[in-house]
Design a protein around this ligand. Structure first.
Ligand code: ZN
Length: 164
């Protein structure tokens, strides 16, 4: 999980005229509920033993809406986000996490990898453009950056952690 400051930094990087935007480049019914997605899934990277700085690197993070995140990329996340009081929710969650971890241990991606390439290119381009305008990516230990506070209205975006 990226830090809050890193989370906002990615939203700011992926903004147009000061507003974070879903970066999915294909036609879809955009929900505008924005989430920061790990392009190469976090659990997968951890099982590979990659360092956290690489996992949470801006080139591995992209802003997408929950329609794309749950519908196209991680269908299992939809289940993880169902209401807590749903029958069998916790059992289902455990099973999904175990299955994903098992896939990761075998080096097999457990998400839809079809968009990895285009996501990585968009993340790299956005990072470069934002960088040329003075944007920077905070390290994990940065608690808050006041400039970020001014750039994004915290109430305009719903934050949902990408725990995968
Ligand atoms: Zn969208």
């Amino acid at each position: 999980m990226v830090s809050d400051a890193q989370h906002y930094a990615i939203l700011i990087r992926d903004s147009v005229s000061g507003y974070p935007r879903c970066q999915f480049p294909f036609e879809h019914f955009c929900s505008w509920i924005l989430q920061v997605h790990h392009i190469i899934a976090r659990r997968f990277c951890l099982e590979l033993g990659l360092p956290i700085d690489e996992i949470d690197h801006p080139h591995n993070l992209i802003t997408i809406c929950d329609t794309v995140h749950y519908g196209y990329v991680h269908p299992e996340l939809h289940i993880l986000n169902l209401p807590e009081n749903l029958p069998y929710k916790s059992e289902l969650r455990e099973t999904i996490i175990q299955t994903n971890t098992e896939f990761a241990k075998q080096g097999k991606p457990y998400w839809n990898t079809v968009f990895n390439d285009v996501f990585q290119k968009i993340a790299a381009v956005n990072t470069q453009i934002a960088g040329s305008r003075g944007w920077f990516y905070p390290d994990r230990s940065t608690v808050w950056i006041s400039r970020m506070d001014l750039s994004v209205d915290k109430n305009s975006v719903r934050l949902v952690d990408d725990k995968q």
